[in-house]
Write a protein that binds this ligand. Structure first.
Ligand SMILES: N[C@H](CCC[C@H](N)C(=O)O)C(=O)O
Length: 282
C-alpha cells in the first residue's frame, strides 16, 4: 500500500454493488490489484468490484470497471447508471443527456431525478452484437440462437449476445433451483469462450417478463447484471418469447430492470443508489 488515503463512494444498481473512485483529480495505480483487495466482503470494503470515474476528452466522463478478480470489464450496465447518478448528484454534469465513455464506446444516459437527486437512469446500451466472432464464441454460423451445444460438461441450448461484453443465455425452468456455484464457472471457463463469458440462466415468466440469475465473468454470482439483462431480453426476442420494441421486465435477485430492444439499439432503465462514502488506504 502506498500509505495514502482515497475517498470512495459505495453505490449499487439492483444490488450489483461497486466501490467508486472519483479519478477526475486523482489517478489510481494498479486498479486490478485494488479491486481484488477492496472487493473482499470480510477483509475489504466489500463489493462486486471497483469503478473509476475518470476524465474524458470524448465525453462527459470515462468509466473503467474492474471485476472482483481484477479483470477489466468492457462495459457494465448497473455501474454506468451509478456513474451518471454520481455526476448528476454532485452537479459535475447537469445535462439532459450525459455521455459516458467506456471500453465499448460512448453511451448516453438520461437521469430521472427525484427531489434533485438521480433516482433511476435510462441508458442507450448501443446495439446488440450477434456475430459469433465478435462475442466471441467458437461456434460457426451467423448467429447463435438456442444452439444445441456441448458446453460446461453437458448439452445446453445456448444463445450468445455481446452488449460490449460476452454473454451466454440459457433458457429453462426457475433458475433458483440451479447450482450456480458449479454451473457458473463451468460456463465461464469453457474453451468455447476465448475471453470467458457472463452466463445468464433465464425463465420466461410471461409476455415480456423474464426471471434471471447470472454468473458474471470475473465476479461470480451477482444480484444483478445490466448488460446481462439486456442480453437476456435480446435473446428472448430472438427466440420469440418477447416482442421487439416492447418494454421487457427482467426480474433479478436484486430488483427489476426494464429493457427495450429494437433493431438499432437496446435501452435499459433501472435504479441507481448511493449507500455511503468513506476513505481507504491504498
Ligand atoms: N462481469 C462483466 C462486467 C460487469 C457487468 C455487469 N455487472 C453489468 O451490470 O453489466 C464482464 O466482465 O464482462
Amino acid at each position: 500500500m502506498s500509505g495514502n488515503k482515497l475517498c470512495f463512494t459505495k453505490m449499487h444498481g439492483c444490488g450489483n454493488d461497486y466501490i467508486y473512485f472519483n479519478c477526475v483529480g486523482d489517478s489510481i495505480e494498479n486498479p486490478e490489484k485494488l479491486a481484488v483487495r477492496l472487493s473482499d466482503r470480510h477483509k475489504g470494503i466489500g463489493g462486486d468490484g471497483i469503478v473509476l470515474i475518470c476524465p474524458s476528452e470524448l465525453a462527459d466522463a470515462k468509466m473503467r470497471m474492474f471485476n472482483i478478480d481484477g479483470s477489466e470489464g468492457k462495459m457494465c450496465g448497473n455501474a454506468i447508471r451509478c456513474v451518471a447518478k454520481y455526476l448528476w448528484d454532485r452537479e459535475m454534469v447537469r445535462k439532459e443527456e450525459i455521455h459516458i465513455e467506456t471500453l465499448s464506446g460512448i453511451k448516453t444516459c438520461w437521469v430521472h431525478a427525484v427531489e434533485g437527486l438521480a433516482d433511476t437512469v435510462t441508458v442507450d446500451m448501443g446495439s446488440a452484437v450477434l456475430a459469433p466472432a465478435k462475442i466471441p464464441v467458437n461456434l460457426a454460423g451467423d448467429v447463435i440462437v438456442r444452439r444445441n451445444t456441448e458446453v460446461a460438461g453437458g448439452i445446453y441450448d445456448i444463445t450468445c449476445v455481446s452488449m460490449g461484453n460476452p454473454h451466454c443465455i440459457v433458457f429453462g425452468e426457475d433458475p433458483d433451483g440451479l447450482d450456480l456455484e458449479s454451473l457458473g464457472p463451468a460456463f465461464e471457463h469453457d474453451p468455447l469462450f476465448p475471453e470467458r463469458v457472463n452466463t445468464e440462466f433465464v425463465q420466461v415468466l410471461g409476455p415480456n417478463t423474464l426471471k434471471m440469475r447470472v454468473w458474471e465473468r470475473g465476479s461470480g454470482e451477482t444480484m444483478a447484471c445490466g448488460t446481462g439483462a439486456c442480453a437476456s431480453a435480446v435473446a428472448a426476442v430472438l427466440c420469440g418469447s418477447c416482442k421487439m420494441g416492447a418494454d421487457i421486465v427482467v426480474r433479478l435477485r436484486g430488483g427489476d430492470l426494464v429493457v427495450n430492444y429494437t433493431e438499432d439499439r437496446v435501452l435499459m432503465a433501472g435504479e441507481a443508489r448511493e449507500i455511503f462514502e468513506g476513505s481507504v488506504e491504498v
